[in-house]
Design a protein around this ligand. Structure first.
Ligand SMILES: *Cc1c(COP(=O)(O)O)cnc(C)c1O
Length: 208
């Protein structure tokens, strides 16, 4: 892994023991995609782990993770932003988030549309949410064997990222979270600063 790319070790569906093993190797950033699972793991593991939330997030569950989450990478609508702001103010915290942008072809993929994300920055909508630190964007490529298509989608992600940087020159806005087990090389070639890798580290997940 190049020095300028951060590894988020995706531990969803994997045990506390598996996570501890990676922790003992020095890994501190872990990604989870289900609130219930994260709430079970977090108290049972070392408190210096930085937890990244990367899955679909129901608005009514946000208050449960806000007190300890290091970064929420999968923000996909304004209701979530409103709710994070509300919960974060109460405990006087600033929450790091990435805005998920929809770039894949599949309809069911989550995230803001290009127009929405540009609007958020060019109309300075972020100013209404002082307890939210927008640290970058996250995208998920289409599930396909076509490397050309994945590369094209990652290149488009990077273009959006660079375009936002031009309208929002905040030094905190620096993360381009792209790349998973099967496509992280293409992601790094396209400027990824954070890769989210699960099965390449832990082996295949057993969905329960
Ligand atoms: C599960 C998941 C990953 C990791 O997937 P692998 O293919 O196991 O590396 C990365 N990002 C998100 C958003 C995920 O849900």
């Amino acid at each position: 892994m190049p020095d300028n790319v951060q590894l988020i070790c995706v531990s969803k569906f994997h045990s506390i023991e598996d996570i501890l093993e990676a922790y003992n190797e020095g890994q501190r950033d872990f990604g989870e995609s289900r609130v219930q699972e994260l709430l079970q793991k977090q108290p049972a593991l070392p408190q210096d782990i930085r937890w990244h939330f990367i899955g679909p997030l129901q608005t009514n569950k946000i208050k449960q993770i806000v007190p300890f989450i290091s970064m929420i990478q999968s923000i996909e609508n304004m209701r979530q932003i409103e709710e994070i702001q509300k919960c974060a103010t109460k405990i006087d915290k600033k929450i790091n988030v990435l805005l998920e942008v929809h770039i894949a072809q599949e309809k069911q993929k989550h995230g803001f549309l290009y127009e929405e994300i540009i609007d958020f920055f060019s109309n300075r909508i972020y100013e209404q949410y002082p307890n939210i630190e927008v640290c970058g964007i996250m995208t998920i490529a289409t599930l396909t064997d076509s490397e050309a298509q994945i590369s094209e989608e990652f290149a488009r992600s990077r273009d959006i990222f660079e375009k936002i940087k031009n309208i929002y020159p905040n030094p905190s806005f620096k993360e381009l979270s792209i790349g998973m087990s099967d496509d992280y090389r293409l992601a790094i070639a396209n400027g990824s600063t954070m890769v989210r890798i699960g099965s390449k580290i832990f082996g295949a997940r057993e969905y329960k």
